[in-house]
Each structure stands twice: as structure tokens, then as C-alpha cells.
Design a protein around this ligand. Sequence first.
Ligand code: NAD
Length: 418
Amino acid sequence: MSNQKAPRKTCEKFLDDAFDHLQVDLEMQQLLRSPYREVRFELPLKRDNGSISMFYGYRVQHNQSRGPFKGGLRYHKNVDLEHFVALAEIMTWKTSLLDLPFGGGKGGINCDPTELSSHELETLTKRYVQRVSMLIGPDRDIPAPDMGTGPQEMAWIVDAFSIIKGFNPAVATGKPLELGGAQGRIEATGYGVAILTERAAKAHDIDIVGAKVAIQGVGNVAEYAARTLFSKGAKVVALSDSKCGIYQNKGLEIEEIFNSISEIKKDGGSLRDLKGGHKQLSNEELLELDVDILIPAAIGGVIHEDNVDNILAKLIIEAANMPITCSADSTLNERGAIILPDILANAGGVTVSYLEWVQNRQRYQWHKDKVIEQLEERMGNAWQEVQSRAGKDKLNYRQAAYAIAVERIIKAINLRGF
Ligand code: NAD
């Protein structure tokens, strides 16, 4: 995470554009820029070997004008408050764009979860909940998995919260199915990326059947985006992990590859260890491939001013959060590249989180088909709104998405009053 400082700056530029376009007054700009609440607290942990390690917990709540704060819980050794401020802000725009009744939040702990035992992680997570119990809850702030956390951490949150406030599964989303998790949540973000990729491709005269696609990443989002696009007939020619990438001009056998990757990952291996005679390439080379569609689905800031001139893809789908820096974004737009912004492209996860929260409040579990149908409808509606706003106001998709999101929040703030 070398780009710890980059997200905030990137986001501010996109917000500035929206403020200019909507002619937002300075007081409202200030209100929308600054988070509602930023919290940092000590989290001492007694390790299994008897020593004490000191960690810090964070929760940033950006805006709640349209509903409770919503956003992930990230465990990563390099995170700090500024990082969470940027990510919480993005959640505000994302939930608004998808018209979900939530605001934006984000938080986490500056720990490396791979260096902690399961017992230590459970203790740390439950202590985090003790510290923020007065700030979170089904109608206050609802955490979800993010980097370094998953269904198990959400289950621990439910348990710790229930001791203080009584059992309520709607306190977190992304839970195991046994504790009220939603069918379809695991694949939701990647699946959403794929269905919007297909629609954007169609809108720009790219036939998804046979379209050449390069995907950076082999994690959760990349996997389900790749599997879905492959099933729709796209030629996924390249994939990568943090160490290297693989390439095959005729298209990779995605189903087989992901089945093998899960085995390789169990043994701590990487794509380098994959058999099958694929050509190997670096992450940089993957991004610069001459493909129809590029999907960065790993980390932020990978397309920047030093490599933007070599990016050849016509359509770029931001599956990761903030994969394109602000200056690279301007260059790509000048060149006529089509970019589907993160707050739209990767919103499938928070959309199904919303559906999970709804089910938890009803204490009822829907069939997976219903979840997927709702996901497709909601993402399809958001895409149509962005497309028509872009056409009407002569904006690119990112500008249109921010304009819709910011406008909705300003309306909610004004309706609620000060
Ligand atoms: P993940 O941890 O499952 O996968 C991350 C992937 O990134 C892995 O394949 C890893 O090998 C790769 N990677 C890590 N460091 C890298 C580096 N330096 N260079 C190249 N690749 C690297 O994470 P995920 O859940 O798939 O999330 C991927 C991105 O999507 C993140 O930016 C995340 O914030 C965003 N996102 C995820 C969700 C979700 O529901 N999972 C929702 C919205 C946004």
C-alpha cells in the first residue's frame, strides 16, 4: 500500500468537478468534504505467547443524511485515519448513487491479520466492537468485510454486539449464512462488475462474445468477474496476483484456472506455480495489453501518470477502489477512453449488503435468485441513470455518477434541515 496518501487527493478532484458542475455553495461543499465523525483508539492485545502488542482501531463516519453509515472493516498494517476518511467518503457517494438508504463509513485496525492467530483476531475484533459499540448498530453504522476481514470477523462482531445490546444480525453484513448472511454476497461485487461490463461494452459497440479482457487480480472480485464474463463468452486473456500475471492470447480456461488457484493459495503459492504453459507477464505488462476491456480488480493507484500513455484498452472498468489516479484519469478522458467509475462498477457488494440488512430486519432469508434479480435491477438502474445523465449534461461517466450521488445527498441534507 504505497499509495496511502493518494486516495484522498483523487477523491477530492472528482468531488471538485461535481461541485463545479452542480454549482454547490461553499458552505455545502465544506459540509460534504468533512466527515461527521473520525475516531482513533488504542487496542492493546495480549498475544498467545503472553506479550502485549499495541494496535489502533479506527472508524470514520462520513455522512448519514440518507441513512445509517455503511462501510467495510479493513485489517491492514499500513492503514491510518486519512486512509479511512477517503474510503468512508467514497462509500457515501456509492450508496447514494445506488440509491441505497445508507450513508458512508469505513474503519479497521492497523494489524496484519496473517500474523495473528485466530484466537488473537477474535479478541482484537471483539475489543474493537466494545470500543465502538455506542457508534455502531443496525440504525447507526453497519460494518462489512473489507481487505483482511471476512464472514468470520462479521460473526464475531454480531456476538460482541449482542452481549452489549442484544442479538441483532443487522449490525453487520457479509456474515456467514448461518448467522443471517445473504445468499449471493460472496460473488456479488465481481458479478456486478461483469454485468455492467457487458452493458457498457454493448453501449460502446464491443461484442462481449469474443471481447479480449485483461483482469488485474485473482481475489474475490476478480474471480467472480472473470467467471461471469467467461460464461458470457468473453476471452479473458490475462490475470495477475501481487507477484506475477499469466497470459494466453486465445483466452484462459477460467473455470479450470480458478479451481487450481484455490488449491495453490491453500499452500501459500502464487500464479507462478500454476501449470498449463501460460505465458507469464508482470502486473505492469498486464495493464498495458492491447485488449478491448481492462479490469483493474486488485489495488488502488495502478494506472498513474507514468504508465497512462501505455494503456491501450478502450474500455476500463474500475473494479478495485480508485485504481486510476486523478491525473491519469484526465489523460485517459482526453484520449477518449471509456471509464466505468468504481462507485458504480464495484457497487454490487454494498447492494447485496443492503439486501442482507433488509432480510435481517425481516428475520427472513431470500432465495439466491431473488437476491441476484434485485442486484441486477438495482445496478442496471444506476447504470441507466449514469448513462442518461452523461448524455444530457455532456459529462463522462465518472462526472455523471458523482453529480447524481452528490445531488441526492444535498437534497437529503436540505430536506432534513440543520
Ligand atoms: P482480495 O484480497 O480478495 O484480492 C486482492 C487481489 O489483489 C489479489 O488477487 C492479490 O493478489 C492482488 N494484489 C494485492 N497486491 C497487489 C499488487 N501490489 N499488485 C497487483 N495485485 C495485487 O480483495 P477483493 O475483495 O477482491 O478486492 C479487490 C479490490 O476491490 C479492492 O480494491 C477492494 O477495495 C475492491 N472492492 C471489493 C469489494 C468486495 O466486495 N470484495 C467491494 C468493493 C470494492
